[in-house]
Design a protein around this ligand. Structure first.
Ligand SMILES: [Zn+2]
Length: 236
């Protein structure tokens, strides 16, 4: 399975992470096979159980050790061997790691989650449960629909603008066209506002709808036929 990683994270030799790209049959019915193939690709047992929340476009971040994540859009893992995961198709997949504590989180941030500042909430929760400060975290924002392709309506513009400057700065107004938004830009700004070091925030991959060098599923492009790409993170 094709995937991308963060080159700067190569030095964390006990870390497992990946942003997977488009696969052939990624429908829900095939998800178990996709997960098994993804785990095999990363050298994990194909029987590995991922901590994958039931994503609902909210702002709840669950801790896997508390029990099944249930409905949530972020999941934290605190135990080596556990792998946090989310699925996306245009929404922003965000991976957070705490090298000192061998903890990690996977977060799904569509426009609703982004507008609800789930990125900042994930940083706060991860810091609270590991006892570190935000500057000790590292983050990676994976393939996301870009401002090149992400036309948005008034509802999305209003929701992002309620975040203040990070949201306003992410909206591109174009004469004679609908507005376009840059979800990764907002989420990166939210991470920095939450206290993270900008040098420890990485962007991986490009636009899910138009990038050809690393093809991804795109809901905007493929609608009902769109699959989902898997993003995973954890410590061995
Ligand atoms: Zn694009």
């Amino acid at each position: 399975m094709p995937y991308r990683t963060v080159p700067a994270w190569d030095r964390f030799t006990a870390l497992t992470h990946a942003f997977f790209g488009r696969v052939a049959n990624p429908t829900n019915a095939d998800r178990r096979m996709t997960v098994a193939a993804a785990c095999t690709t990363l050298g994990l047992s194909p029987a590995t159980t991922l901590d994958l929340p039931i994503q609902v476009h909210g702002d709840r971040v669950a801790v896997a050790e508390d029990g099944p994540a249930g409905e949530a859009d972020g999941v934290i893992v605190l135990t080596p061997g556990r792998i946090a995961a989310v699925v996306t198709a245009d929404c922003c997949p965000l991976l957070l790691i705490v090298p000192g504590a061998r903890a990690a989180a996977a977060v799904h941030a569509g426009w609703r989650g982004t507008a609800a500042a789930i990125a900042a909430k994930a940083v706060a929760r991860l810091c609270a449960v590991t006892g570190v400060v935000p500057a000790e975290l590292h983050a990676a924002l994976g393939p996301t629909i870009g401002p090149c392709c992400y036309e948005v309506g008034d509802e999305v513009v209003a929701a992002l603008e309620r975040l203040g400057e990070p949201g306003r700065a992410s909206i591109q107004h174009r004469p004679g066209q609908r507005d376009h938004a840059d979800l990764r830009r907002v989420n990166r700004a939210l991470l920095i506002a939450a206290g993270m070091n900008p040098a420890q925030i990485h962007l991986v991959g490009g636009c899910t709808a138009c990038a050809t060098d690393f093809p991804c599923h795109s809901f905007r492009r493929d609608r009902a036929a769109a699959g989902r790409q898997l993003s995973v993170v954890g410590w061995r």
